[in-house]
Design a protein around this ligand. Sequence first.
Ligand SMILES: Cc1cc2nc3c(=O)[nH]c(=O)nc-3n(C[C@H](O)[C@H](O)[C@H](O)COP(=O)(O)OP(=O)(O)OC[C@H]3O[C@@H](n4cnc5c(N)ncnc54)[C@H](O)[C@@H]3O)c2cc1C
Length: 505
Amino acid sequence: MAVDHHVAIIGAGLSGLGMAIALRRAGIEDIVLLERASDIGGTWRDNTYPGIAVDVPAQVYQFSFELNPDWSRIFAPGAEVKAYIDHIADRYDLRRSIRFDTEVLERVWDGDEQLWRLRTAGGEVTARFVVSAIGAFVDPKPAELPGLADFAGKVIYSSRWDHGYDLAGKRAAIVGTGASAVQIIPEIAGRVAHLDVYQRTPIWVAPKIDPGTPALVSGLFRRLPGSQRAVRELATRAVEFVLIDVVVRHRPIWTRAIAGALRELWYRSQVPDAELRDKLTPRYGFGCKRPAVSSDYLRTFTRPHVELVTDPIERVTPDGLRTADGRERPVDVLVLATGFRLASDPENFRRTPVRGRDGFDLATAYTEQRLTSYEGVSMPGLPNHFMMFGPYGWVGATWHQLVESTSAHIVRVIGEADRRGATSVEVRPEASRRWTERMRRKLAGSLFNTNNCATANSYYFDHHGDTPYLRPTSSAHAFAASRDFPLDDYRFSTVTAPATARSSA
Ligand SMILES: Cc1cc2nc3c(=O)[nH]c(=O)nc-3n(C[C@H](O)[C@H](O)[C@H](O)COP(=O)(O)OP(=O)(O)OC[C@H]3O[C@@H](n4cnc5c(N)ncnc54)[C@H](O)[C@@H]3O)c2cc1C
C-alpha cells in the first residue's frame, strides 16, 4: 500500500516547526504537519491574555539558527514570540506542508503495512514515521469548580482570552496564582472596579528586570551577529544555572539563600502588611515549582480594590463565588487560570489514543507504569514514533534547545532507517530502561526530593509521584547525546512483504 507521507508531524507550534526544518535540512522533504487549529504557534497562538510575555530572556527563547535582533525588551511580549514563529514559518517555507484544522484523533501502528494510521475528522492520513509535537501543556485543565455551569456572569479562560469583553468597572475574580495569573493579575487590576484573587498555593516571584532594547544594541546585533550569539550564550548559561543546575545539583544552601533573599528583601519591600505577606509567601522550597518573575504582582495585592482570598472555594453560585467559610463574593467576570493538562497525563491519550505494537496503548502505559523513555524521544512499543517532549526530556534553558537536540536525534534515526532501507525502527527496551534509570538516579539528589516540595502542588510531579519532566543534564550534554547515542540502541527491521519475511539488525 502506498503511504501518504514519509513523516507526519502532529502539531505546528515551535516543536513541530523546528522538527520540520531539521527534516528538510536533512533532505527529507515528504513531510506533513497536522495541526488541529487554523494557525501555527501553539502556546503563543492560544495565550494572548493581558500581560503575556516570556518568563526567560527573549535572547534565550529563540533558535540558535534564527536569531532575532529586534526583540523589543528582555522579556518580550507574547505577540512578538508569535511574530517570530510566523517569521520562521515563512522564512523556511513551512506553511505549504501544514494541514490546518486537522486534529489527530487516534494514532494506530499498522505492523503489517509498517506505517502509522492517523485518524482525523477529514479522513485517514498514513505515514511511515510520526513525530508527536503536541507540546508540554496540551489542553487547559478543566476547572473543577462545582456550580460553574450555573454561573450567570462572564467566564474567561486564560488560554482563550476574550479581547472583545470590556473589563472596565467590573467586579472580577481570578482563580489561580500560577505563571499565567502572575502576568494577568497586575494588568487587569488596573482596569476592573474590584478584583478577588483566589489562591490555593502561593508562588515564588522574583523581581523582573526588563528594560527595552536600545536601538544601538539591535543595530549592533544586526551588524555583528556574533555579538548576539555571545549574549545568547551567556544568558542561556545563566538561565540554565537557575532552572537546571540549582534544581538538579541541589545544595540546600543555594535555595535557602534565594528564598531568604526573596522573603526578606523583595516580599518585605513589596508587601508591608505582615499578614498579607505571610499569605503570599510559599511554605515550600524555592524551585519546587517553576518560579515567576514580576515587579508588580506582589504590590498589586496592596491596592485597596484587590483582595487575596485563601479560603478554599466551595462552589460557584449564579452570582459569584462562595468559600468554605460560608462567605459569598459577587462577581461579574470570572477568569480561570487553572493550568494545563501535561503531556504525560493519560487523559490526553484516552481522548486521542495512541496504539502501538502488540496492543501497546499509551494511556494505559502512562496510567499503570512509571514514565520511561529513551533520551526523552522514543519509547518501546511505539515503532517509528517519536516525541519532541517525552519523559525526562525537558532540557536546558528554553524549549528551543529541547527542539534542536530532540530533532537532531530523530533525524539521525530516520536517516539511518532510510539508509538501511528499514521499514521500522524501535528503541530497545533495555536501552530505554537504562537511560531512564540513569535520569532517575541523577534526579534522586535534586531539590524535588530534598527541598520540602510536598505542599508545592507543582506540575513537575506526575501522577506517580515522579518528576519526569526535566532532563537532569545540561543542554550541552543533550546536544552531544543527540549526535552520538549508539544507533544500536534502536532495532531496525525490514518487512519485505506484508507480515511475512522480516529481517532485523
Ligand atoms: C501560557 C504559557 C506561557 C509559556 N511561557 C513560556 C516561557 O516564557 N518560556 C518557556 O520556556 N516556555 C514557556 N511556555 C512553554 C511553551 O509551551 C513552550 O516554550 C513551547 O512554546 C512549546 O511549543 P510546542 O510546539 O512544543 O507546543 P505548543 O506550543 O503547545 O504547540 C503544540 C501544537 O500542537 C497542536 N496539537 C495538539 N494536539 C494535537 C492533535 N491531536 N492533532 C493536531 N494538532 C495538535 C496544538 O494545537 C498546538 O498548535 C509557556 C507555556 C504556556 C502555556
